[in-house]
Write a protein that binds this ligand. Structure first.
Ligand SMILES: [Cu+2]
Length: 294
């Protein structure tokens, strides 16, 4: 083969490389940050350290182990079918015990579980040990919407309900997403530790925002705490993740992460806008008896 041929092959190979590269890049881009793309496989883009750790724990530890075990079992199965079928192996062995193999198939799985457990517990500790808060928010699940309260000592002192936008209010040109956008978004500052105190006014709901790596149950009569520190501005969506009644699928969560200045400006506006409503308990009374609410 002459130099011409080598060049052609090289061009061809680099073409394949570029195609594979752009395929990979578009696959990575297909994962929406803050919401799921149609046909997406894998996690929504992570914007907190915890969400990044969850993602790498899954991608670089769990997936390789699961894949290796599945391939190993498949190979064993194939080997047994090929080697020990009746035609290939007419007189079967009468062996019932083999101490070596029995010790191995106990020790090796235990070893694998320990390898998984150590980083898993480390991750759980990070999630469950709540650091000192820059902003604290009370989140209440209701059938079927979320309400949020900003405490007074942090410049808040108001609360509001957040309902899913109806189909006819969705404006894709404004960034609205069907079944996810809400009338009142929660606004929080970027790079600040936000602690959420989560409870419910009626049945058990579950508060989840994938890109923040948070998932916590909202249980009536109980307060659960979780936290996040978003490192990127943007709008991040979540959904109720515990079957809570007929509109379970229609009580989305929308958090807008903004710069500190924008957050302070929003806080000042929101205080006026939501001044009429004081506490979530006042909201639930108003919901139950509209006649009391003027
Ligand atoms: Cu719910």
């Amino acid at each position: 083969m002459g130099i011409q041929g080598v060049m052609t092959i090289r061009r061809y190979l680099s073409g394949i490389g570029a195609a594979a590269g752009s395929l990979l890049a578009s696959a990575a881009l297909a994962n929406g940050i803050g919401y799921a793309e149609p046909g997406q496989i894998g996690f929504q883009g992570a914007v907190t350290p915890i969400a990044q750790d969850i993602e790498s724990f899954h991608n670089y530890l769990l997936m390789p182990i699961i894949t290796a075990i599945s391939l190993f079992v498949l190979a064993l199965l194939g080997y047994a079918i090929w080697r020990f079928n009746e035609r290939a192996h007419p007189t079967p062995s009468r062996t019932t015990h083999n101490s070596m193999i029995e010790v191995l198939w106990t020790i090796i799985p235990v070893g694998i579980l320990v390898v998984i457990a150590i980083p898993s517990f480390r991750l759980l500790t990070q999630e469950l040990v709540v650091p000192p808060a820059d902003v604290t928010l009370k989140v209440t699940g209701n059938q079927w919407h979320w309400s949020y309260e900003y405490p007074k000592d942090q410049g808040g002192g108001f609360s509001f309900d957040s309902f899913m936008k109806a189909e006819d209010q969705i404006k894709p040109e404004n960034g609205d997403i069907r079944l996810l956008s809400v009338d009142n978004e929660v606004v929080v500052p970027v790079n600040k530790t936000v602690v959420l105190q989560v409870t419910s006014a009626d049945v058990i709901h579950s508060f989840v925002i994938q890109s923040f790596g948070i998932r916590i149950d909202a249980v009536p009569g109980r307060m659960n705490e979780t936290w996040f520190k978003a490192e990127r501005e943007g709008v991040y969506y979540g959904q109720c993740s515990k079957l809570c009644g007929k509109d379970h699928a229609f009580m989305p969560i929308a958090f807008r992460v903004v710069s500190d200045d924008k957050y302070q400006a929003w806080l000042a506006d929101a205080k006026k806008k939501f001044a009429a409503v004081t506490t979530p308990s006042a909201i639930s009374v108003a919901d139950a008896s509209p006649a009391l609410h003027n």
